[in-house]
Write a protein that binds this ligand. Structure first.
Ligand code: LLP
Length: 417
């Protein structure tokens, strides 16, 4: 459930008309609802009541400082994959001891930054990374708390680009090699083995793959215990899907119940890394129609947002609902909703029935709170759009629109030119 709704045919975010924000900040812009973010976080958290757990929100899905600060204030931690995400998390006030660091390609400087900051756990994805982290620990005279990320080889039945838990993926260590890797890890003096981690994929719309993964990992943990290695944290990653169109993913309560049952009466703390399920439907992208164009084969609605602002349709052929900001019950039209970028992949919808619109009308691309702004770029030298957060009847610009000056920041022309 989210807080974008119509009152007298005008779309509101909580108690603020979207039209009013558009008039103030211009278009395009991302818009987040504070009440929705809060509700989704708490619903997810409550789904694990009774199980010792920590929710490390996945920064890659939405890393705006205001969003991260909200989750920090609700007791959340952070799942990071880069030094930049660590910096954001710390700036937002996430305590370092609630930060987990995943990713197949951590650089030495990033590892040192995280070690110095005192994060909770590194999720190690290769033997070479383990060796490097041990060397960094020795240099800094610290013991790095680690989990090995294992690849449970379950099929999450999602888009191939966002499936990560199969044998053929670059992520994690295979189940067969994991036990041996753990044994070697305990021999490194500057690492401390504290957990097991995994992440099977994203936009997963059933509980079975998560449950299968837990069962497989429990077998591994039993083997580890027989080696005398005890595990305090089981990090099962993120991945729970949301409704973009017709999908009916499990409610977090169903997900929580299934996972708690699969865990049984184990003694470790569960770590979760949800991203999309918390922020996806808490944000939208608001854009203005620039032109309508009758082509020879089809009709086009050309808007001022583009694939550089929201790349999901271009990259994954992802579906996002398109809604009018002012619903005035005109006829519908079938059209491609496209942006101004010079690529045929620059579209938000293809052959979509949408209400008849004219130049100047406002449209919203729904469910854009996850992997929206964070995947945006400056392609075609388009300044990145602002992010706005609404709380009740107030709105706050939580990231300003970039200027043309921002576009060339850091560039210089060498003296020979
Ligand atoms: N933990 C790890 C280690 C991850 O790699 C990811 C996402 C998550 C947690 C959070 O997953 P979530 O709960 O959001 O599904 N750009 C794609 C999604 C890529 C997901 C990558 N990893 C999209 O727009 O659909």
């Amino acid at each position: 459930m989210h807080h974008f709704h119509y009152r007298d045919n005008h779309m509101f975010c909580e108690d603020v008309p979207v039209l009013e924000i558009a008039e103030n900040v211009g278009t395009p812009f991302y818009l987040y609802s504070h009440a929705t973010l809060r509700r989704h976080f708490l619903t997810f958290q409550n789904a694990f009541e009774g199980v010792p757990h920590l929710i490390c929100f996945s920064a890659k899905s939405n890393s705006n400082l205001a969003v991260l600060r909200l989750f920090a204030s609700l007791g959340g931690g952070l799942d990071i994959v880069s030094g930049g995400e660590l910096f954001r998390g710390l700036q937002a006030g996430i305590p370092p001891e609630r930060i987990v660091y995943s990713g197949v390609g951590k650089r030495e400087d990033e590892i040192e930054y995280a070690l110095q900051s005192g994060i909770m756990m590194f999720n190690i994805e290769s033997f070479q990374e383990l060796e490097l982290i041990n060397r960094c620990g020795a240099r800094l005279k610290k013991k790095a708390p680690i989990a090995l990320r294992v690849n449970p080889d379950v099929d999450p039945r999602t888009h191939p680009y966002i499936s990560t838990g199969l044998k053929q993926e670059k992520f994690g260590l295979g189940m067969e090699s994991a036990a041996e890797a753990y044994r070697s890890a305990t021999a490194f003096p500057h690492v401390e083995v504290i957990g097991v981690s995994c992440h099977i994929g994203s936009q997963v719309t059933e509980v079975a793959p998560f449950v299968d993964a837990i069962h497989r990992i429990k077998v591994l943990i039993t083997t580890l215990e027989s080696f005398g290695i005890s595990i305090s944290y089981l990090d099962i990653g993120g991945g729970l899907g949301i409704t973009y169109d017709q999908e009916s993913p499990p409610h977090p309560n169903e997900y929580g119940r299934a996972i708690s049952e699969a865990l049984g009466d184990s003694s470790f703390t569960l770590v979760l890394e949800p991203g999309r399920v918390i922020v996806g439907n808490a944000g939208i992208l608001v854009t203005r129609v620039l032109y309508t164009k009758k082509g020879e084969a089809k009709d086009f609605v050309i808007v001022d947002a583009a694939m550089n602002d929201l790349v999901r349709p271009s990259l994954y052929d992802a579906y996002h609902a398109i809604e009018p900001v002012v619903r005035d019950h005109k006829e519908t039209m079938r059209a491609d909703v496209v942006g101004p970028i010079c690529e045929s992949a620059d579209f938000f919808a293809k052959d979509r029935d949408i209400p008849c619109v004219e130049a100047g009308d406002l449209l919203t691309v729904m469910s854009a709170g996850a992997y929206g702004f964070t995947m945006s770029s400056n392609y075609n030298s388009r300044p990145r759009v602002p992010e706005v957060m609404v709380k009740k009847d107030q709105f706050y610009v939580v990231r300003a629109r970039e200027s043309y000056e921002d576009l060339i920041k850091g560039e210089s022309i060498p003296p020979f030119l």
